[in-house]
Design a protein around this ligand. Structure first.
Ligand SMILES: *Cc1c(COP(=O)(O)O)cnc(C)c1O
Length: 396
C-alpha cells in the first residue's frame, strides 16, 4: 500500500480480509479474546505468538485503523487512543523521565500547555517554551541533553507555521537522540507529513479532521516501531489506559474515507473566507497561512500541500469580538474543529482559558481574537453569516 496514492490509502489502507469478506471493517465489540489452550495464552503474553489478548492491548477493528493512519502519516507504527490528550500525555510520559529536558513551542493547545507547564514539572521534567518560528531562538534553547522537542504544525490559535525540516535538523544536530514530536491535528496528513520532513513522532486529535463528523473523541501517535512499542506498552497500557473503543474506531475508519474530498473542499472554502476577512473593515488582522500577507506563508507554501481550514482573526475590541460570537446564525458557537459545520469560538476565554492573561500575551494572541473552523457549507453563506454578525456587533 505504501506506493498507493493518498486517496487510495484513506479508503483502503489497513483493511484486512475477514471470515465473511465484508466490505466495511467489522466492529469487534469485545473486551477479551478466547485462547485455544493455556499454552497459547502463555505464548501470547510472552510475545512468542501474535494474536489478540485483551482490547486494552489491541483489537482487530482498532488495529486496522492504526495501520491506515500509519500509512497516511508514512510511519512504521501507530497507536490509537481515546482522545488527543490521551495520545499526547501517553507519548510524552513514555518518552520523558525525571530530570529530562523538553523544549516546546510557546503557542500550544490549552491542555497540552497545562500538561507541559504544570504536570510535567511536578514529575521533575524541565520544560522550556520558545517561539520556534524564530530558528535562532530555538537553536539557543536547544542543548545536547534535550530529550524531546514539541510543536504544532499549524499552531493553535494564531495559525503560526513552523519550519518542520529546519527545526528537526537543528534539534538532531544538537541532540542526536532527542525525539521531535509534532501535533499534526490542524494540518492532517493530507497537508503535511512531518515524519517525511525529519520529525520522529506525530500525534493527533482524531476528534477533528481525521474523523471529521463531530461525533467521536479520539487520538493517535505515529512513529518508528521502537518508540511506538514504548508508547503502546507503557504510555497506553500502564500509564494512561486511554484505549479507543472499537465502535469509535469504526466511525473513524468511515470518516477517513472522505478525508481527501473534505480537506480539498474545506481548504478551498477557507481561502475564500480568509480573503473576505482580509478585506473586511470590521476585522483588524487575519491569520491564515494561505494569505500572502501571512508571515508564515513562505514556510507553509514550502512544506504544506494546502493551507488548511483554520482561520483566526482579530476584531478591533474585545466587546466586538464577543458580540460577533453572539450574533452568528449559520456558524455554530462551539469549540473543536474539523467538522462539516463551520465552528466559531473565542480562544482567550474558551480553548485557551488555561493560559493566564500574561501567558496569552507571551504566546502571541489577544482577547480580541476569534477562531473559525471553516466547514463544508457554501462559502457564500459562511461569508454572508459573518457579514451580518459583524454588522450587528459593530454597527453598520
Ligand atoms: C483538540 C486538540 C487536542 C486535544 O484533543 P482531544 O481529542 O480533545 O483530547 C490536541 N491538540 C490540538 C491541536 C487540538 O486541536
Amino acid at each position: 500500500m505504501q506506493k498507493e496514492g493518498i486517496s487510495t490509502r484513506v479508503v483502503h489502507g489497513g483493511h484486512a480480509k475477514n471470515a465473511e469478506n465484508s466490505l466495511s471493517t467489522p466492529i469487534y465489540q469485545t473486551s477479551t479474546f478466547i485462547f485455544d489452550s493455556a499454552e497459547q495464552g502463555g505464548r501470547r503474553f510472552a510475545g512468542q505468538e501474535s494474536g489478540y489478548i485483551y482490547t486494552r492491548l489491541g483489537n482487530p477493528t482498532t488495529s486496522q485503523l492504526e495501520e491506515r493512519i500509519a500509512l497516511l502519516e508514512g510511519g512504521e507504527s501507530c497507536t490509537a487512543f481515546s482522545s488527543g490528550m490521551g495520545a499526547i500525555s501517553a507519548t510524552m510520559l513514555s518518552l520523558l523521565s525525571c530530570g529530562d529536558r523538553l523544549v516546546a513551542d510557546k503557542t500550544l493547545y490549552g491542555c497540552t500547555f497545562s500538561l507541559f507547564t504544570e504536570t510535567l514539572p511536578r514529575f521533575g521534567v524541565k520544560v522550556e517554551l520558545v517561539d520556534m518560528s524564530d530558528l535562532d531562538a530555538f537553536q539557543a534553547a536547544m542543548t545536547p541533553d534535550t530529550t524531546a522537542v514539541y510543536f504544532e504544525t499549524i499552531a493553535n490559535p494564531n495559525m503560526k507555521v513552523i519550519d518542520i525540516s529546519a527545526v528537526s535538523e537543528c534539534a538532531h544536530r544538537i541532540a542526536p537522540n532527542c525525539s521531535v514530536v509534532i501535533d499534526n491535528t490542524f494540518a492532517s496528513p493530507l497537508l503535511v507529513r512531518p515524519l517525511s520532513l525529519g520529525a520522529d513522532v506525530v500525534v493527533h486529535s482524531a476528534t477533528k479532521y481525521l474523523n471529521g463528523h463531530g461525533d467521536v473523541i479520539a487520538g493517535f501517535s505515529v512513529s518508528d516501531k521502537e518508540r511506538m512499542e514504548r508508547i503502546r506498552m507503557v504510555g497506553l497500557k500502564d500509564i494512561t489506559g486511554a484505549v479507543l473503543g472499537p465502535q469509535e474506531a469504526f466511525l473513524i475508519i468511515r470518516g477517513l474515507k472522505t478525508l481527501k474530498i473534505r480537506m480539498d473542499a474545506i481548504c478551498a472554502n477557507a481561502m475564500k473566507v480568509a480573503r473576505f476577512l482580509e478585506s473586511c473593515p470590521y476585522v483588524d488582522a487575519v491569520y491564515y497561512p494561505g494569505l500572502e500577507s501571512s508571515p508564515c506563508h513562505e514556510v507553509a507554501a514550502k512544506e504544506m500541500r494546502q493551507f488548511g481550514g483554520m482561520i483566526s482573526f482579530e476584531m478591533h475590541s474585545f466587546d466586538e469580538a464577543k458580540s460577533t460570537l453572539n450574533h452568528v446564525r449559520l456558524c455554530s458557537l462551539a469549540v473543536s474543529l474539523g467538522d462539516a459545520e463551520t465552528l466559531i469560538q473565542h480562544p482567550a476565554s474558551m480553548t485557551h482559558s488555561t493560559y493566564s492573561r500574561e501567558e496569552i500575551e507571551a504566546a502571541g494572541f489577544t482577547d480580541r481574537l476569534i477562531r473559525l473552523s471553516v466547514g463544508l457549507e457554501d462559502p457564500e453563506d459562511i461569508i454572508a453569516d459573518l457579514t451580518q454578525a459583524f454588522e450587528a456587533a459593530c454597527g453598520k
